[in-house]
Design a protein around this ligand. Structure first.
Ligand code: GCB
Length: 595
């Protein structure tokens, strides 16, 4: 019975509100009160720990103002932590912490009649349950995508108490599951804000070049009672203004408009990352975005951007703060520094591994002319036959596409990384691919697959997934996990289908400043040689259309236990965690300068 009541109390998540940057909002970032709750004590946890309703931490009781009642917690007396921020780097005692921490933010509000209010979370890793003024608002799973919870009617004039239970425990049926090669940073890792919107507002939109390239097309999704209201899309610089009624049922208004002969848009490209101001409005609501127009397609083994063959000069990146003491990155400044390094290396492309990075990364990259591979954390083993796991993965994919679909630089949606082959896995991943194509027919869809060596020296990719994706994109570690770097000279690559080949990972480890013989692992010399040999090997692949070496910067990983060298860092970075460039950085830079 209790479980039934709780399930009913935890609301269903509402669809995401996009372009939060341009909304009327109040930031809730800053110092939040927190309580560590290793035994899930503060929660009505029906699975193991039913508690009297009044004692749940969501009630935000105060012991210190009324000591006649027994209450065994009080946020007023709690310590504080920064939001956004992972907890692992906010105090030594949290470095390895996995479990539940409760956060509280008290804030002032002045809700106006006729307005709706939402709490927007950029991301919380991994599971969040949020409550406002004692009422549970909803729950969200998945550590890297945004979500919004409506608080209209609950938000009070004056002081409000927002409480979030955050749990970063890894689960066998989670996405990702228990084993992965990065730090499981917990916490409210991205910004939080209170958003104000009119009764009926523009929740979502997709504005893109039309299929024939002669105009713009897309849709505007309204949320509210006026489901047949007029929605307008305006691009002043291109002299475009359309008005259409939403369909009256779903609240969606579709539009298309031709460019005028004399007002053709400049296409967005890495060389000319041109964006146009686009105004989307309906009734009282009006928001502005900056949107670029380009095409992306494949032709045989080529990738064409605006019809022009383009080699993806990439690098893979984890979402960690540049530079030490690392931690989960979140800010525009972090994005500028990290992407600046990629640019310095000569990149026009980044693989944002292995999960959706914060929106600053995507937007700053768009402005800098850097194309993006966007990915969800379907990584290594996943509970492929579990329906709930599938739904979780699909939801993370949908949230990523919803957030980033108006970004011209995002060219590839990736559904997985290095997943062991099986029938159940193929069903799972083809489901995700279909979902990505249904939500966005304009981009490429792929996956980081794995290589095969059917006979010594013959390298290929044998994966049924290859027929469903647009690219032969795969990770290979010849010279590191797979033989020494001389092996690069001895192998040749063939592929079963004609599609562009992208090496989504290659590389090897080196500790910055560690020098030695070229044959000694973890020296800068070995890593540099490995890069030289890999580049020679890759240059012999005629189908090669791009690469993203693993990885731009050393990153924390609990799997890397070689003391004195790794010290819990994956050392495959081209740059150390402190920003020092290793020899291999310059080898990549030289290669890209020739491409
Ligand atoms: C891989 C994984 C990546 C790891 C990398 C490594 O194949 O995709 O997440 O970090 O290898 O360093 O072993």
């Amino acid at each position: 019975m209790l479980s039934f009541i709780l399930a009913a109390a935890i609301g269903v998540l509402q669809p995401q509100i996009i372009n939060i940057q341009d909304r009327t909002q109040t930031s809730l970032d800053g110092d939040w009160d927190y309580l560590v709750d290793q035994f899930a004590n503060g929660y009505l946890d029906y699975r193991q720990n039913p508690m009297p309703a009044g004692n749940t931490f969501f009630a935000d009781r105060h012991f210190f103002t009324d000591q006649t009642r027994l209450v065994e917690y009080d946020f007023d007396a709690a310590e504080k932590m920064k939001v956004p921020g992972d907890w692992n780097t906010q105090g030594d005692k949290f470095y390895y912490f996995e479990g539940t921490i409760w956060f509280r933010r008290v804030f002032e509000a002045d809700p106006q009649p006729g307005k709706r209010y939402f709490i927007h979370f950029g991301a919380v890793n991994y599971e969040a349950v949020a409550g406002l003024n004692g009422k549970i608002l909803g729950t969200h799973k998945g550590g890297f995508t945004p979500f919004d919870l409506e608080v209209t009617g609950l938000l009070k004039k004056g002081s409000n108490s927002l409480i979030v239970r955050v749990d970063n425990t890894r689960h066998p049926d989670g996405v990702p599951m228990q084993n992965f090669d990065w730090w499981n940073y917990g916490g409210i890792t991205r910004s939080v804000c209170l958003v104000e919107a009119p009764e009926t507002f523009v929740r979502d939109y997709f504005v893109r070049l039309s299929a024939d390239g002669k105009g713009v097309e897309g849709w505007v999704q309204l949320d509210g009672a006026s489901r047949e209201a007029v929605a307008s899309v305006e691009i002043p610089e291109l002299g475009i203004r359309t008005e259409t009624n939403a369909d009256g049922i779903s609240g969606k208004a579709t539009f298309c408009a031709q460019f005028k002969k004399k007002k053709q848009p400049e296409r967005w490209s890495p060389e000319n990352p041109r964006l146009y101001e686009v105004k989307i409005a309906s009734g009282e609501d009006s928001i502005t975005d900056r949107i670029g127009f380009r095409t992306i397609e494949t032709k045989g083994c080529k990738i064409l951007i605006n019809g022009k063959e383009t080699f993806l000069k990439g690098v893979a990146i984890h979402e960690e703060i540049p530079f030490a003491p690392s931690g989960r990155a979140f800010s525009e400044e972090h994005a500028r520094i990290t992407l600046g390094l990629a640019k310095e290396m000569g990149c026009n492309f980044v693989r944002l591994a292995h999960y959706p990075h914060n929106e600053n990364m995507v937007r700053v990259a768009e402005e800098m002319g850097i194309m993006v591979w966007d990915e969800i954390p379907v990584y290594w083993a996943i509970d492929w036959s579990n329906r709930e796991t599938y739904e979780n993965a699909e939801n993370q994919l949908a949230e990523m596409i919803t957030r980033d679909k108006n970004r011209a630089n995002v060219i590839i949606w990736s559904v997985s990384n290095e997943t062991p082959r099986s029938k159940a896995r193929l069903d799972f991943l083809t489901g995700l691919i279909a979902k990505a194509r249904e939500m966005d027919p304009t981009r490429l869809v792929s996956s980081a697959m794995e290589k095969d060596e059917p006979e010594p020296g013959h390298m290929t990719v044998k994966d049924d997934l290859i027929d469903y994706v647009d690219l032969i994109s795969y990770n290979q570690y010849v010279g590191w996990y797979d033989g020494d770097f001389e092996k690069c000279d001895r192998v040749y690559w063939t592929f079963p289908v004609e599609k562009p080949v992208i090496i989504t990972e290659f590389g090897g480890g080196a500790k910055f400043g560690r020098h030695g013989a070229v044959t000694d692992r973890f020296t800068e010399e070995y890593q540099a040689k490995l890069y030289e040999k890999n580049i020679e090997m890759l240059s012999r692949i005629p189908e090669l259309a791009g690469a993203s070496p693993w990885i731009l910067k050393d990153f924390r990983s609990p799997r890397r236990q070689l003391n004195g060298i790794q010290d819990e860092f994956n050392r495959k970075g081209l740059v150390s965690e402190n920003g020092e460039k290793k020899k291999a950085f310059f080898i990549m830079q030289e290669w890209y300068s020739r491409k």
